[in-house]
Design a protein around this ligand. Structure first.
Ligand SMILES: Cc1cc2nc3c(=O)[nH]c(=O)nc-3n(C[C@H](O)[C@H](O)[C@H](O)COP(=O)(O)OP(=O)(O)OC[C@H]3O[C@@H](n4cnc5c(N)ncnc54)[C@H](O)[C@@H]3O)c2cc1C
Length: 246
């Protein structure tokens, strides 16, 4: 079945960390694209072997400006990485979506434990207004982000501001490759999953979201299952790499 694509125009671009490119698109046909925070877009690319696509989580909540932001961590020599890095404001490419079920659902008040590595942090940024609404209904939120080093802490200021503004929100960052001298209380070394034992995780109360690196997600699931979580209490979005074009 043919995929229903639509044109998106690059509105602006900037480096959000030394490594990661933050790109904002808008539908070029002037219509809005309804989406639920946590969903992703497919961006489509022409290749000699035919068309192909790559997926990117939407990094902002839906808003009146109609922007669709993504954060792209370039893979050396990657097809989409090269194409997106070359894209300039005003350029138009094809997109489809939104896709995905990695979203907040109608659930009884619980603690959301939102775990992301690298650009797998971005769906949680899109969820911030929804999370804020749920705090008033008794939800609690633990955000745990994993990156290589402090400079790569993607949207860290947004998450820290959210945690500072709400007593029911906690924020932590884990650095797997380089730990800063003079760390802040919310900074830890190691992989995110090594923090699970310190979070007072409770299958009766917590819903765990895991997004990003597939190895992190697989390892986390094993640890969480051993702590008594069932797969229903774990929501996952793996950033699997695409099959080669053709
Ligand atoms: C649901 C979903 C959401 C995603 N959201 C995002 C997002 O928000 N931001 C983002 O940056 N990416 C995201 N990804 C990954 C993204 O879709 C691409 O796979 C990634 O950008 C690489 O594409 P590419 O065309 O540049 O590389 P490709 O041409 O596909 O790959 C080039 C080479 O790099 C290898 N490779 C691919 N990915 C990686 C990697 N992560 N690490 C190391 N080697 C790799 C491949 O095996 C291949 O050898 C998401 C993936 C999924 C499935």
């Amino acid at each position: 079945m043919a995929i229903d694509t639509f044109p998106v125009e690059l509105a602006w671009r900037r480096h959000v960390t030394p490594h990661v490119l933050h790109l904002a698109f808008r539908r070029a046909d002037g219509t809005a694209l309804p989406f639920v925070p946590g969903q992703f877009l497919n961006l489509h690319f022409a290749t000699e072997a035919g068309g192909t696509h790559r997926s990117y989580s939407i990094a902002n909540p839906p808003g009146p400006d109609g922007l669709l932001e993504i954060a792209m961590s370039p893979v050396p020599g990657g097809l989409a990485s090269l194409a997106l890095a070359a894209l300039q404001p005003g350029d138009v490419i094809e997109a489809s979506g939104p896709y995905g079920r990695f979203v907040l659902r109608d659930e009884a008040p619980c603690r959301y434990v939102l775990v992301g590595t690298g650009t797998g942090i971005t769906p949680y940024r899109a969820m911030l207004p929804q999370l804020q609404e749920r705090l008033a209904a008794g939800f609690r939120v633990q955000i745990l982000l994993g990156v290589w080093r402090r400079e790569e802490l993607l949207f860290g200021d947004d998450f820290r501001a959210f945690a500072d503004a709400h007593e029911a929100v906690e924020f932590g960052a884990c650095y797997s490759r380089e730990f800063p001298a003079g760390p802040e209380p919310w900074e830890q070394s190691g992989y995110v999953q090594t923090r699970f034992s310190q979070l007072g995780l409770d299958p009766e109360r917590d819903l765990v979201y895991l997004c990003g690196n597939p190895a992190m997600i697989d390892e986390s699931v094993e640890i969480l299952k051993a702590m008594g979580f069932t797969l229903k209490q774990l929501r996952r979005e793996k950033y699997l790499s695409a099959r080669p074009a053709g």
